[in-house]
Structures are given as C-alpha cells and as structure tokens.
Write a protein that binds this ligand. Structure first.
Ligand code: FAD
Ligand code: SIN
Length: 548
C-alpha cells in the first residue's frame, strides 16, 4: 500500500500542467504526474505557434473579434477578453524561461522582435513561433525549468485512475482530496492526498480513428471529472484540422501540415490544380478551420477523391526549408518533397473545444479541483477554436489557476487524512485484451463514421447505440476485474467521453461552427452552450461558489 501527499497534485505534463507547476513552485510543494514520458502530449507536437498581440499594428480588440467570429457566436466574451489581454505577458514569460521564438530577420516590425506568422481566422500576423516546431521549444523549456526546481516532483508513467472526493462542509459541498494513481512500472496503485488537484490531461481526439494527436489524448481528465460530479460542456465541437498528410497506408496517427503553410501563402488545390477555397469563403484558404475542413470534405465526397493538395512551391525552396524545416524533413522521409510537389492532405481529428466547465480561475464544480488546458471548457473557443489560441489558453489559465490556488492554500487543511480510501491493487492484463483492442477500434471507427465533419440525427443515434454497448462492456469489465489494465482504463474513459460527445451533438438541433448536421443546417437564433450535468452533482448548482 502506498499513500503519498503533496500540496498540489497536477495531473498532466503538457503546457498547462508544467506552466502551473512553475507558477506554484516558489510557494508550495507540487507533484506533476503523467501517464507516459514527461514530453508526451499534444504540446510537444504543436507546430504553428501561439497567438498574442505583439505588433503595434495589431490590437487586443482585433484578437478578441477574430476569436469571437471563429467561435461562431458561442464564445464567452469575458473568457476571450481575459485570454487575449494576458497574451503578450504569457509570451514574455515563456521568453524569460528560455523559449527561443523565431526572430524577425532585418528590422523588427513595429514593436515585435519576433517573426509573426498568420493562420486561419486571424486578421493580422499574430502567431509567434519557433520555426514550425513551437511545441517542442515550449515543452523543452518548461520541462527543463521544472526539472531544475527543487519543489517540483515529476513522476512519469503514473496514470490517474480516479479522483478522490468527499462530501461535507457548507451546504453538503463536495470537494476533491486527491487522486488514485497507477504506477505503471511498479504495477501498484497509489493514493495521493492533496490540498488542491489540477486536471491538465489534454484532449480526447483519440476517440476518432484518424487524429493528429498522440496516444495519451484519451480524454481521461474529462471522464474522471464527469465521474466525480463536474459538468462538461460543448463536447460536440471536436475540431478537425483541415490539412493532415494523406498517406494511403498510414496508421491512425497522422502527421499535421501546419496551418502556417497556408498563412505563408500555401493554397488548397483539387487534383486538376484548381484552387477551390475562394468558392466557399471570402477568406479562402485562411478561413476558420471548421469552414476549410468542411469544404475539403465536400470536395472529396463530390469528386470521390481520397485527398486534396496543398501547394506552397511558389514561395521557393529556400523559404520553405527555412520556415518549415520539420514539415519539410518529415515529408521527405516519406518520399514527398514539398519544394517540388503539392502535398496530399486530408482532415483529421485535432482538438477538443469543449470539456470540463470552469470559470476564469480554472475552478470546476468540485471544490479544490481545477481544470486547465485542453481538458477545460473555459468559454474561449465557442463552436470552433481559432488557430494557436490553445497554447495561449494553457498558459493564461495556468497562471490564473495558480493565483487562485495560492490564495486558498493557507485556508485548506494539510493533506493526509486517514479516512480517505487507500486502495492497493496489483495490476496485470485482464485476459480480455482482445475484447479491449476490438472495442477500441470499433469505438473509434464508429465515431469517425457517424460523428464526423458532417452529421445527421440518424447517424448520431446509431453512434449512440454503438458507444453505449462498448461503454457497458468496458464498465462491466472494469467492475468485475480484481486487477487493472491500463488499456481498459483508457477505453473506459474514451467510451465515456464518446458518449458525452454524442449526447451534446444530439442536444444541438442547429448547425454552428464545428457541429454541422444535415437535419438542421442553419444556426438557431440564440447561441447556447450544451451543458451536461452529471447525476451526482448536488443541486442547486453551486458551481465555483466554493465554500471559502
Ligand atoms: P497535453 O500537452 O496534451 O498534455 C496532456 C498530459 O496529460 C500529458 O502529460 C499526458 O501524459 C497527461 N495525461 C493524460 N491522461 C492522464 C492520466 N490519466 N494520468 C496521468 N497523466 C495523464 N495549439 C496551438 O495553440 N498552436 C499550435 O501550433 C498547435 N499545434 C498543434 C499541433 C498538433 C500536431 C497537435 C496535436 C496539437 C496542436 N495544438 C496547437 C493544440 C495544442 O498543442 C494542445 O491543445 C495543447 O498543447 C494541450 O496542452 P495540455 O497541457 O492541455 O495537454
Ligand atoms: C497548426 O500549426 O496548424 C496547428 C495550430 C493549432 O492547432 O492551433
């Protein structure tokens, strides 16, 4: 049996989790756990960059307006203003901890020492980047700073299984007191007590067959929060990135071709060389992502073609190699030279716009539980996230959650109450690995086929039935097995999130942003969030009105 304690337990080591750890560490002890290697998460693979107003010709108001437009009327204007306003300081902070953003060559543009690129939906050059490997630069700097900090404990291959909650205090308020973790190497369960817990577990795009996301993106934080009694919202808005490299023999993980390629002049073409985006939107190739992905889907279905093409040859080989060294090298490795030929591209699942409902401090419905980064639904993204607003959200909300945690910490009891559960299970394969593997694939295929870019009610209902069977089997396996299989844990979480996605999608009887359904092709007059309330959330809702 292993019982450990810390002031703040952070689950997830992406930009959100590590930024939160660094903000907290001067003042308290922090433990960061992650279920794979420290580096593994969507953050590391981010390409295009981070949006922030850094040019005197740009403005916070313009960043806000662009985000609101991309979000198709569903963003929370307060969350948008909060994020955009804190953007420049977030970039300054990253530079201080050592992120080497690409600088302007020659004279800096008005006010910005950095080269700023463009992406879909942005009316200005506003995306600061480290060539086309921004995520690696950010991830390396955050990791090195965390490793150097004596008060940050970093535990790799520790998978959070569930949150530990307790009911009590004012009005029967429920609070989070820690988490149960599975140490994947020692094969034992651990109980962690903490004064505050932060979910920074990233998104759930692995729920789809084809995705740009790494294997860890299985929606664990969303599922854990839901089971613990937190509301989730807007999960139907799963974002498909328009341009992932199409390789006929590829596996389920697809390589992203950054939107910055279109930002620097790349154009989408049909097989005969016709540029088609201007026929769909006045912003053509730089329209927001939902519009571009839908246009590609439309053309692929209309012409019966497996992909479209992205062409940036006209910028010249030197420009391409300088601005997109990673993408260029990756394509060369599979025999495609983007300096000489257009790249075959298709949309794939990329980003979870909805998530665990939070306020601007990252507070959830459960006292002492925070959610930040892609796991959270802050209201910033509305019905469609604007490119490069995600890393920004991770950084801005990590800081605001840290401030709130530090304000509250002196008033919270020390961790380590003996009346909390202390499970100790050995783990081994359940013997049902074939069923688990089969159900994984079936789930992801059903979501891909029935809950994709273009939806209808019949297909959503079909998905609901399939997902319910898979979820039922996963729950039964989970309940009946005396041992724990990490693959089963992930399947159970993915099936939970899939069910929530479909429920949100069926609730939305309109088309808006990323949710396009043939049965309701127009937006409703009023834009409303689809909020799901878990059965165990005490009513009346006292979300975020924590008893302090
Ligand atoms: P992640 O970075 O995904 O980290 C999740 C962490 O949670 C990992 O450490 C994982 O191990 C851990 N975890 C998950 N479940 C558990 C569990 N049960 N127990 C313990 N640990 C767990 N956004 C931009 O703004 N700009 C870009 O240019 C950009 N490019 C992108 C390119 C690609 C290919 C991808 C996939 C995404 C891109 N995004 C971009 C989106 C952005 O990278 C992510 O939204 C963001 O990095 C999410 O950060 P995060 O900290 O929330 O989660
Ligand atoms: C990209 O580089 O196209 C990804 C940017 C993002 O997802 O914000």
């Amino acid at each position: 049996m292993s019982i450990r304690s810390t002031d703040v337990l952070i689950i997830g080591s992406g930009a959100a989790g590590l930024a939160l750890a660094l903000r907290l560490a001067p003042w308290c002890t922090v433990t960061v756990v992650c279920k794979a290697d420290l580096d593994e998460g969507s953050t590391r693979y981010a390409q295009g960059g981070i949006s922030a107003v850094l040019d005197a010709a740009d403005s916070i108001e313009a960043h806000i307006d662009d985000t609101l437009i991309a979000g198709a009327g569903l963003c929370d204007p307060e969350a948008v203003r909060f994020t955009a306003t804190h953007g420049p300081a977030a970039i300054g902070w990253l530079s201080e901890i050592g992120v080497a953003f690409t600088r302007q060559s020659g004279e800096p543009a008005a006010g910005s020492p950095y080269h700023l690129t463009r992406e879909g939906g942005h009316s200005h050059r506003r995306v600061v980047h480290a060539a086309d490997a921004t995520g690696k630069a950010v991830s390396d700097a955050l990791r090195d700073a965390c490793r150097a900090h004596p008060r940050i404990e970093l535990l790799e291959r520790h998978m959070a299984v569930d949150l530990i909650t307790r009911t009590g205090g004012q009005r029967g308020a429920r609070s989070c007191r820690g988490a149960q973790l599975l140490d994947l190497d020692a094969a034992v369960m651990q109980t962690w007590h903490a004064r505050s817990v932060a979910l920074a577990t990233g998104g759930a795009s692995r729920v789809y067959l084809y995705t740009s996301n790494p294997e860890v993106a299985t929606g664990d934080g969303i599922a854990m929060a839901w089971r613990a009694g937190c509301r989730v919202a807007n999960l139907e808005f799963m974002q498909f990135h328009p341009t992932c490299l199409y390789l006929p023999a590829q596996g389920s993980r697809v390589f992203l071709i950054s939107e910055a390629v279109r930002g620097e002049g790349g154009r989408l073409l049909l097989p005969d060389g016709t540029a088609f985006m201007a026929g769909f939107d006045a912003r053509a190739d730089l329209a927001p992502r939902d519009i571009v992905a839908r246009a590609i889907d439309h053309e692929m279905k209309r012409l019966g073609i497996p992909c479209v093409y992205l062409d940036i040859r006209h910028r010249g080989a030197e420009f391409i190699r300088t601005h997109f060294p990673t993408i260029h090298a990756q394509c060369l490795a599979v025999g495609l030279d983007m300096t000489e030929q257009p790249l075959p591209v298709v949309p794939a699942a990329h980003y979870t716009c909805g998530g665990v409902v939070t306020d601007l401090r990252g507070r959830t419905d459960l006292q002492n539980l925070y959610a930040i980064g892609e796991t959270a639904h802050t209201g910033l993204h509305g019905a469609n996230r604007m490119a490069s607003n995600s890393l920004l959200e991770c950084l801005v909300f990590a800081e605001s959650a840290a401030n709130d945690i530090l304000d509250r910490l002196p008033h919270l009891p020390r961790p380590g109450d003996s009346d909390l559960p202390s499970p100790s299970h050995p783990i081994r394969e359940t013997g049902e690995s074939i069923t688990i593997r089969h159900n994984w694939m079936e789930l992801r295929r059903a979501m891909w086929d029935y809950v994709g870019i273009v939806r209808n009610t019949e297909r959503l209902q079909r998905a609901q039935r399939h997902v319910a069977v898979i979820r039922g089997e996963a729950e039964a396996q989970w309940a009946n097995s005396p041992t724990i299989d990490p693959d089963l844990l992930e399947l159970r979480n993915l099936a939970t999130v899939a069910e929530l996605i479909v429920r949100c999608a069926l609730t939305r009887t309109e088309s808006r942003g990323l949710h396009y359904t043939l049965d309701h092709p127009h937006p409703a007059p009023e834009a409303l969030d689809s909020v799901l309330v878990p059965p165990n959330l005490p009513l009346p809702l006292h979300a975020m009105h924590w008893a302090d």
